[in-house]
Design a protein around this ligand. Structure first.
Ligand SMILES: [Zn+2]
Length: 336
């Protein structure tokens, strides 16, 4: 017994060493910026490490839990449901998509994963390093009444916020998407996700999606399979569609000139759901494409980097977590 305990302790120490070494290597290669100027953050988990920038999506894989009945993660108080992944000739595994919110503070955090098998539960703990993304600063000049809202507009905005909150409170418990994610419109990506917005000289909320420039009336397609949770015509977003892809994964399409789906409609990847417009607060026709992943506002283009082709991860996906280094291209400030 004693020997086993000692061995276990040694194992833990060596794993800790490895994690720290990985952290050092990662910090010098992936994060040349002075992310942690004074000391390295202490590791928060011993079962592996992931890293990514603000607004990115990380793919977390838990292998060899074939008998598990439920796998669930917790990261910064957000719940990450894991889903089963089958590939012929490979051990069954569970995948969790971890969204780093665009405003999560840089640092080291724990991703705690609970693997349930009937009455029994096993805990896994991963270290997740969140690095700072360099978001651009946007200076916008917009009509005064669209930023300094009158009382009536504030009341309308609050009601609309509440409507969205209620519509999105229930997540589909099933994974509804089955293929790779795709760009919703043929157009020019402006790269302003996360940009700090200064409107008429005053700082406002950061831009929580990506704007894609496209001509008025261009087709807007659903990025993947899902269910239309709500369609709106709101003060800021104009005519908008919210699609629930299941497991806490939502995509949003704003400023449409026309909406071609109804609440509750099932949509497939690539299905045309509306037309590009300039409704709501927009100075010209474009699509505002947003993503919420288990409460985190992530860069929609990080969906396109996900290794899901025909609904599954590629064969080279390994049992050992690999650091995510996919970076978001440098943001280009543009006028809205
Ligand atoms: Zn936008």
């Amino acid at each position: 017994m004693m020997l086993t305990a000692l061995k276990q302790a040694q194992l833990r120490i060596s794993r800790l060493d490895r994690t720290v070494i990985t952290a050092v290597v990662l910090l010098s290669s992936v994060f040349p910026v002075e992310l942690f100027p004074n000391t390295l953050p202490a590791s928060k988990g011993l079962d592996g490490q992931y890293s990514g920038k603000q607004g990115q999506v990380l793919v977390v894989k838990v292998n060899g839990e074939e008998q598990a009945t439920e796998v669930k993660g917790t990261f910064l108080k957000r719940t990450i449901p894991f889903f089963r992944e089958f590939r012929p000739g490979e051990p069954a595994g569970y995948i969790g998509l971890l969204g780093i919110d665009m405003q999560d503070e840089p640092g080291a955090y724990e991703l705690a994963v609970e693997v349930k098998q009937g009455e029994q539960a096993k805990q896994l703990s991963f270290n997740v390093l969140v690095a700072k993304e360099k978001f651009s600063v946007e200076h916008l000049k917009v009509p005064k009444e669209t930023v300094d809202l009158d009382e009536k507009s504030v009341a309308r905005w609050k009601t609309e916020q509440e409507q969205i909150k209620q519509a999105l409170a229930e997540n589909s418990r099933l994974k509804l998407w089955h293929s790779n994610f795709r760009e919703p419109v043929n157009g020019k990506r402006t790269g302003i996700f996360g940009s700090v917005r200064i409107m008429n000289g005053k700082p406002r909320n950061p831009h929580n999606g990506e704007d894609i420039g496209a001509p008025m009336g261009a087709d807007v397609a659903s990025t993947n399979d899902g269910i239309v949770r709500i369609t709106v015509n709101h003060f800021f977003s104009g005519k908008g569609v919210f699609i629930d892809h299941g497991l806490g994964f939502y995509t949003m399409y704003f400023h449409l000139s026309e909406i071609l789906v109804k609440d509750g409609d099932l949509v497939t990847a690539g299905q045309i759901i509306g037309k590009v417009g300039a409704t709501g607060r927009a100075t010209g026709p474009h699509l505002h494409w947003g993503v919420k992943l288990n409460g985190a506002r992530v860069n929609p283009y990080s969906l396109l980097d996900l290794p899901f082709k025909n609904g599954s991860t590629p064969a080279n996906s390994t049992a050992t977590p690999i650091p995510e280094t996919t970076s978001v291209p440098e943001a280009v400030p543009v006028k809205q």
